[in-house]
Design a protein around this ligand. Structure first.
Ligand code: 5GP
Length: 201
């Protein structure tokens, strides 16, 4: 019997693109999909839940996790640490569940290195850049100086777009979510990734 092979889709976007909303919609549509919850040292935003959006931990704990090889990859973003716990992803894959991860460019590169043909990367673009800067300001979750750093980082983030396998435009949440899912489904069906099998006539 042939089975689809679980895959890992890494989604990155410039800050404020609406990536979290798109990922949440994907998870609503595709029930079996596993969301990789990152660990971070950054403070929790009011709308976030520990264990669901991130695992919020102290710097000491983060460093301990690095030493104990509990993270598949980690990076420092905006002066805070972010990392991908290894065990939950390994478990999901072993159960045949595909995984979606929201990572920056370094995280994407590490995941691609680690999982090679089992991983696919998607860069999500905002519909236009004025909207992006407006959204970033309206979110009101960052201080003025944090906002400045994020806007500066925009250019840097966009320069990485050519490194991704696929580009998806966030023209609407529904369109973007469906398009990313179609990329994931293609990966799961890719003949070169499936176990060889014999047909007996
Ligand atoms: P935010 O603080 O806005 O939630 O995330 C900041 C940035 O960190 C985003 O670009 C996000 O994709 C990235 N990020 C979140 N989790 C991880 C992770 O586990 N590893 C890496 N490398 N980047 C992450």
């Amino acid at each position: 019997m042939i089975k689809y092979k679980p895959a890992i889709v890494v989604v990155s976007a410039a800050s404020g693109t609406g990536k979290t909303t798109v990922i949440n919609r994907i998870l609503e549509i595709e029930h079996g999909l596993f969301y990789s919850v990152s660990a971070t040292t950054r403070p929790k935003r009011p709308n976030e839940k520990n264990g669901k959006d991130y695992i919020f931990i102290k710097r000491d704990t983060f460093k301990k996790w690095i030493k104990e090889h509990k993270l598949l990859e980690w990076a420092e973003v905006y002066g805070e640490y972010y990392g991908t716990p290894k065990e939950p992803i390994e478990k999901a894959l072993s159960l045949g569940q595909s995984v979606i991860a929201d990572l920056d460019v370094n995280g994407m590169k590490e995941i691609k290195k680690h999982y090679s043909e089992d991983a696919v990367s998607v860069f999500l673009f905002p519909p236009d850049f004025d909207t992006l800067i407006e959204r970033l300001k309206n979110r009101g979750t960052e201080t003025e100086s944090q906002l400045k750093i994020r806007i500066e980082r925009l250019k840097h983030e966009l320069a990485n777009a050519p490194l991704y396998d696929y580009w998806v435009l966030n023209d609407s949440v529904e369109h973007a979510a469906r398009r990313i899912l179609s990329i994931l489904h293609s990966m799961e069906s890719l003949s070169s990734r499936l176990s060889p099998f014999k047909i007996h006539l």
